[in-house]
Each structure stands twice: as structure tokens, then as C-alpha cells.
Design a protein around this ligand. Structure first.
Ligand SMILES: NC(=O)c1ccc[n+]([C@@H]2O[C@H](COP(=O)([O-])OP(=O)(O)OC[C@H]3O[C@@H](n4cnc5c(N)ncnc54)[C@H](OP(=O)(O)O)[C@@H]3O)[C@@H](O)[C@H]2O)c1
Length: 268
């Protein structure tokens, strides 16, 4: 099912979402309208994706849209924009990616608590088909309409709104932890004497293979470690050093800091 989409704010995240929706055949460019206050972005989006892009709100298109994607930043005029959406008398499902702005804040700004609004924290791996977005629907939102759209740019976890900040710091920021681990590991390979190219290739293969093992074996990672760490062997020598380091606490503290920062930025 392909629906007409109106995106307000045509920045990096909206572009990534639309690119995935096009790639996965959820939407076609002629069904998409984007408003961005930057003429440069409007020109870029028109030239690159052949969507209808403009610097002002097209009230008719807004009214006729089936999905409205609110894609501006928390410091932008999201309150005015959501009010304009409500004023257009649209029947669309409204999907907000504005970080930290709650369903209640959106309803208050809209001047009505009857709008179907879904608040999401979108994943940032949209180009790969991997990654979870966290989503909370208000009581008027229609999951049957919303889910195919959200699923067009990754997997979706429907969560209580109170978990959105946790989801942001743990899940959406998640690839950052993996990139950091990958860098640490490849540097270790180079430190040990492999070329950068070899170290990168081996680490990436191990990363993908280990993920597949976790997914397909059904075994707990401790079981997989038990298999690899034989008595007095190589694996257990490395394990001992890792256990004595602040590796686990470092990762856990980083996630907690990301969750705390998300909450601070949302002002709640
Ligand atoms: N990027 C990510 O990885 C990511 C991940 C999860 C969630 N998010 C959330 O997604 C939202 C967008 O983030 P982003 O990274 O895509 O930011 P961004 O690239 O700065 O995009 C926001 C766009 O909205 C435009 N804009 C500002 N006010 C507007 C208005 N009144 N009407 C229409 N357009 C307006 C901005 O134009 P100007 O630049 O000219 O002001 C900019 O092009 C944020 O709330 C963010 O927290 C982002």
C-alpha cells in the first residue's frame, strides 16, 4: 500500500527515511511533498529525488496527505507547524520524529487531543534495512496505516512513551558503540602487526559472523565463549584481560550517559 506523504522539515533524517521508503517501494516520489525553510535543501531534494519540495506549507497537499512526517529539530518551530497541520483539517496520520517532544506537548500545540499522532525515534541504519525504530502511538493513531510506513525504513518496536529516551540512548545511538568497538579492535590488529586493510577485513567479517552466530545458534554468548575459550588457551588469556579492564563498565556508562543526555535535551 503506498500513501501520499507530506514531510515537514527536509533534513538528514527525513531524507534518510524517504530514501529507504523509495528503495523499499513503499512510496514513489510523485506521492511525496516536502517543505523545508532552506531553499538549498528544497533544490537538492527536488533534483535528487524528484519529489515536490517547497519552502512554504502547501495547505491543500497537507489536507490531502495520508501521512504527515514532522521532521524538524526540537529547537525549531515544531509547535507552530503542528498547529498548522491541525488547522489544515487533515485526516492524515501524523508521525513525529522531533526528539524529546512528547505526544502530550504535540497535542497541546495542535490545540486538540483528537489528532492521530505517532511519536518515533527513527533508527539511523535506514539505508541497510537493519535497525529498530521505537514508536509510541496515541489512542487515535492507526497502526494498520502507520506500521507499513515505519517498516519501510527498518524494524519497529512499539514501546511505552516512557521508554523512548532509553531507546534513543541505547538503540538509536547503538551503531556508535559498534563503530567504536570496531575501531578499537582494528587498531589492536594493526598494533599486533597486521596491515590496516587486513585488520579491517578480518574484524568486519568477525563482526558479521558473530552477529549471525548469536542470531542463528540460539546460544547465550557465554555458551559461545565457553566453546571458544579452551583450557589454558588463547581465548581465555584474552578473556582474563578483558575481565580485568573497564570494557563492560565503559560501554554501560556510555549508554547511561546517552540516555541521560536525551532526557536533558527533551527538557523532562
Ligand atoms: N539525524 C539523526 O540521526 C536523527 C536520529 C533520530 C532522530 N532525529 C531527529 O530528527 C529530527 C531532524 O533531525 P535532522 O538530523 O534531520 O536535522 P536537520 O538535518 O537539521 O533537519 C531539520 C530540517 O528542518 C528544517 N526546518 C527548520 N525549521 C523549519 C520550519 N519551520 N519549516 C520547515 N523546515 C524547517 C531545517 O532547515 P534549516 O537547517 O535551514 O534550519 C532542516 O533542513 C530532529 O528532531 C532529530 O532529533 C535525528
Amino acid at each position: 500500500m503506498t500513501l501520499s506523504i507530506y514531510a515537514i522539515g527536509g533534513g538528514q533524517m527525513v531524507e534518510a527515511i524517504l530514501r529507504a521508503a523509495f528503495k523499499n517501494k513503499y512510496a514513489q516520489p510523485q506521492q511525496v511533498t516536502v517543505t523545508d525553510i532552506s531553499q538549498q535543501r528544497v533544490t537538492y531534494l527536488t533534483d535528487t529525488y524528484h519529489v515536490q519540495a517547497l519552502t512554504n506549507l502547501d495547505v491543500t497537499a497537507l489536507k490531502e496527505a495520508q501521512i504527515i512526517l514532522l521532521g524538524v529539530r526540537p529547537q525549531d518551530d515544531w509547535a507552530e507547524l503542528v498547529q498548522a497541520v491541525a488547522d489544515s483539517q487533515t485526516q492524515a496520520q501524523i508521525i513525529s520524529i522531533v526528539a524529546g517532544v512528547t505526544l502530550e506537548q504535540l497535542a497541546v500545540s495542535a490545540g486538540t487531543d483528537k489528532l492521530p499522532i505517532t511519536r518515533i525515534i527513527p533508527n539511523t541504519l535506514t539505508d541497510t534495512g537493519f535497525g529498530y525504530s521505537g514508536a509510541t502511538l496515541n489512542q487515535f493513531a492507526d497502526k494498520v496505516i502507520v506500521d507499513p510506513f515505519l517498516s519501510s525504513f527498518g524494524k519497529v518496536d512499539y514501546i511505552p512513551e516512557a521508554q523512548i529516551d532509553i531507546y534513543t540512548g541505547y538503540g538509536v545511538a547503538g551503531p556508535n558503540y559498534i563503530y567504536n568497538f570496531y575501531i578499537a579492535l582494528t587498531n589492536a590488529g594493526v598494533l599486533s602487526g597486521l596491515s590496516r586493510k587486513q585488520a579491517n577485513a578480518v574484524a568486519l567479517e568477525n563482526l558479521k559472523g558473530a552477529a549471525k552466530m548469536l542470531e542463528e545458534s540460539g546460544k547465550h554468548p557465554y555458551e559461545l565463549l565457553d566453546i571458544n575459550n579452551s583450557a589454558g588457551g588463547v581465548g581465555i588469556a584474552a578473556q582474563h584481560e578483558l575481565d580485568a579492564s573497564d570494557f563492560a563498565a565503559g560501554v554501560q556508562n556510555a549508554v547511561l550517559a546517552a540516555v541521560t543526555r536525551t532526557t536533558e535535551l527533551g527538557g523532562h
